[in-house]
Design a protein around this ligand. Structure first.
Ligand code: HEM
Length: 507
């Protein structure tokens, strides 16, 4: 028999089996007496709404449009055999992530996650289970311990923050550059500095291509047997981008493991050193080299994407509203002065600068949805039936711009986050009225490090430089990419020094 004939027979058998299973499930669902699913779209047997999704790219816009048409803050869209539950209501988001946290704390098994985590070895992507517990414990108690924070802060954050100011200053002095600076490139470079091999542009591009394809509605994430056909090309793109990233990182990691084994390196100076030296109770390495490589890869996503994106959008919005920029300058002058550079110790008093970042998180999240949470059993939430295995995806712009919650939601207004001058602005919102670090057992453990990085970088850029739009336009074009949530074009802005030359020269 020819190969094509065999393939056709296999496909026909798969189709028949899945159709029968699907109808059986639908009949059972209809017969059982549970509340209705959230309003939404069911689509076809087997494929669900995948054909509609393919016709309506980008998928996140299509999902939000369906919710708008149905006038709902929770929906159910069937993709393949999976109920995908997008949510834009903070009250319902809290039900999922706080009240029913134990039930909704797992992650999906899917192609894009498997490919980026070396088969679910890492903390963010692992479904609930022993591997997640092990990796999360290591990140919380070793990577993000107070001692490690001090080390990272002094060795990486501050050193790099000095380099950043010096770099921008040198660009200002260069007659060729005319003070023009690519803020995105600078912010990404700074945020990636905690990771090995992060210098190369190709590496950074590969990182963002990978990020843009994880949990981005790949067909094979919902209909796994279609993975082999790679109908949307996600598999090929991810394979290449992950390979590109790893080409830079893995040899660095191998080298570092070797010099520790040979006793050449003796002091732990960064996250990689910490991961390599972890020992279990029998004094064996806690992590295999494969686990270290996978986790370093994931930590890179965690440290680069959110902070660099927030800084870029915040600065762009501020340049377009000179009074906001002015308030931030005044706060920095009052709290820090002009004789030294702003430091972590100033942060509790920089409420306005922090509110500027928080407003960027609210209006311009890097992703349309949070990392999916998967239900581990049938539940009823908000009066709707949420079947076991559903993917609950909280809409970041949906929460942050919900007009029921936020007055004038499309206006960048940092003041809205300052209720009481004596109270420190925090980026975390446990009420989930906007989305930053999330909450509950899958919430981000990197709040302190992430908040420090993002505040320090914006505060340094503001304290050190006067910012304006490039000469060819009176303002920055605040357009977002169609496909993702990044600014459509990297922010190019003009910087000129605000401080006395000796402050920059001493760096
Ligand atoms: C501004 C910076 C950051 C933001 C906005 C951010 C945001 C988030 C969000 C939204 C999640 C998913 C939460 C959920 O599923 O409900 C997450 C998870 C996570 N983040 Fe962050 N993050 C940041 C920085 C960091 C840093 C610096 C680290 C560590 C070095 C880190 C480590 C993690 C880990 C390990 C998880 C997985 C938690 C789990 O699934 O159990 N993050 N983060």
């Amino acid at each position: 028999m020819k190969n094509e004939t065999i393939l056709s027979i296999i496909l026909a058998l798969c189709f028949a089996t899945i159709t029968i299973k699907n109808w059986h499930k639908i009949i059972i669902e209809k017969r059982s007496e549970h509340p209705p699913l959230p309003p939404g779209r069911k689509g076809w047997p087997i494929l669900g709404c995948i054909p509609q999704m393919m016709k309506n790219k980008p998928s996140h816009k299509w999902i939000h449009k369906i919710m708008q048409e149905l006038n709902t803050e929770i929906a159910c869209i069937r993709l393949g055999n999976i109920n995908v539950i997008p949510v834009t209501s903070p009250e319902l988001a809290c039900e999922f992530l706080k009240k029913q946290d134990a039930v909704f704390a797992s992650r999906p098994h899917c192609m894009t996650c498997r490919m980026t985590s070396d088969g679910y070895l890492t903390a963010i992507i692992s479904p609930l289970g022993d591997q997640w517990k092990k990796m999360k414990r290591i990140i919380v108690s070793e990577v993000l311990s107070p001692a490690m924070h001090r080390l990272l802060h002094n060795k990486v954050c501050l050193e790099e923050a000095d380099h950043l100011v010096k770099y921008v200053y040198n660009q200002c002095q260069s007659p060729l550059k005319d003070g023009l600076l690519n803020v995105r490139a600078v912010a990404r470079h700074y945020c990636g500095s905690a990771s090995p091999g992060m210098e190369d542009e190709e590496h950074m591009d590969a990182l963002f291509t990978t990020l843009n394809h994880i949990y981005a509605f790949a067909i094979a994430d919902y209909v796994p047997w279609l993975e082999v056909f790679d109908l949307d090309g996600y598999k090929k793109t991810l394979k290449n981008s992950v390979k590109s990233m790893r080409k830079y990182q893995d040899p660095e990691i191998d080298k570092r493991v070797e010099i520790w084994e040979q006793g050449i390196r003796k002091t732990k100076e960064d996250i990689l050193d910490v991961l390599i030296n972890l020992k279990d109770s029998s004094n064996n390495p806690s992590l295999s080299v494969q686990e270290i490589k996978a986790q370093i890869n994931e930590l890179m996503f965690a440290t680069v994407d959110n902070p660099s994106n927030a800084v870029e959008w915040a600065l762009a919005e501020m340049i377009n509203q000179p009074d906001v920029l002015d308030k931030a300058y005044k706060e920095l002058d009052k709290v820090v002065g002009r004789d030294r550079l702003v430091d972590e110790s100033d942060m509790p008093k920089l409420n306005y600068v922090k509110a500027c970042i928080k407003e960027a998180f609210r209006m311009h999240p890097i992703d349309p949805f949070n990392v999916p949470h998967v239900s581990t059993k049938d539940m009823v939430v908000g009066g709707y039936f949420i079947p076991k295995g559903s993917h609950v995806i909280l809409s970041r712009p949906g929460l942050g711009k919900n007009p029921r919650i936020w007055e004038d939601p499309l206006k960048y207004k940092p003041e809205r986050h300052i209720f009481d001058e004596s109270k420190e602005v925090s980026f975390v919102d446990h009420e989930l009225k906007m989305f930053s670090f999330s909450t509950g057992r899958r919430g981000c453990p990197g709040v302190v490090l992430g908040s420090t990085m993002v505040t320090l970088i914006l505060a340094r850029l503001l304290q050190g430089f006067i910012w304006s739009a490039p000469p060819n336009g009176p303002s920055i074009d605040l357009v977002q990419l169609e496909q993702h949530m990044l600014m459509a074009k990297p922010l190019i802005a003009r910087a000129s020094p605000r401080l006395e030359p000796h402050i920059y020269v001493g760096l």
